[in-house]
Design a protein around this ligand. Sequence first.
Ligand SMILES: Nc1nc2c(ncn2[C@@H]2O[C@H](COP(=O)(O)OP(=O)(O)OP(=O)(O)O)[C@@H](O)[C@H]2O)c(=O)[nH]1
Ligand SMILES: [Mg+2]
Length: 195
Amino acid sequence: MLIKEAQFVRGAASWNGLADDGLPEIAFIGRSNVGKSSLINMLVGRKSLARTSNTPGKTQQFNYYLINNAFYFVDLPGFGYAKVSKAQRAKWERFISRYLSEHEPLRLVIHLVDSRHDPTSLDKDVMEFMKGGWMTYVVVLTKMDKLSGNQRGKAKSQVQKALAAFNLEVPVISSSAKNKTGKDEILQWIQDVGL
Ligand SMILES: Nc1nc2c(ncn2[C@@H]2O[C@H](COP(=O)(O)OP(=O)(O)OP(=O)(O)O)[C@@H](O)[C@H]2O)c(=O)[nH]1
Ligand SMILES: [Mg+2]
């Protein structure tokens, strides 16, 4: 699959702001700073379509990018960001879980896990949540360029182990936005869900 066109169309801060035009959606979910916006930029081949930052918690809304005039990439707010209030966090968690369980246009969930760390408890929450989901679910390990060859194998098996604890058999794709690796494999999954 080839991404020919990509444009930012809207930021949604509440349920009513989600797209309702029926176009299929692909969600990018993961903790703050894991590399969601960077991965989107890599996939669309643009340097700064999605805003990236060293400051975790930059993406505080659902950002919609229209791809090839046919479907959306949805950049979800990062979870686990320490500086937001408890109430704010609870509100986002409710919003995200409702989005994952009720938003019908959702076709594919791309869960990003930092290859340098074990999956966090919030990552495990996402895994558990996806267990009952109807949409395709894949895990992408980010920032693989920061690891040695030996560490890479370990990172992958750690995530596979965490998934296995939920009886999940899902693809785990290694990626680096810096080196542009993993791109073809992720685009293939997007094609495989019919987009
Ligand atoms: N070395 C390396 N750095 C990366 C990679 N992907 C992202 N980064 C860096 O990690 C930081 C966070 O990346 P973002 O793409 O902004 O992360 P995010 O998940 O969108 O963060 P929030 O919007 O805060 O949730 C930035 O400094 C990126 O340059 C990668 O594959 N390799
Ligand atoms: Mg972001």
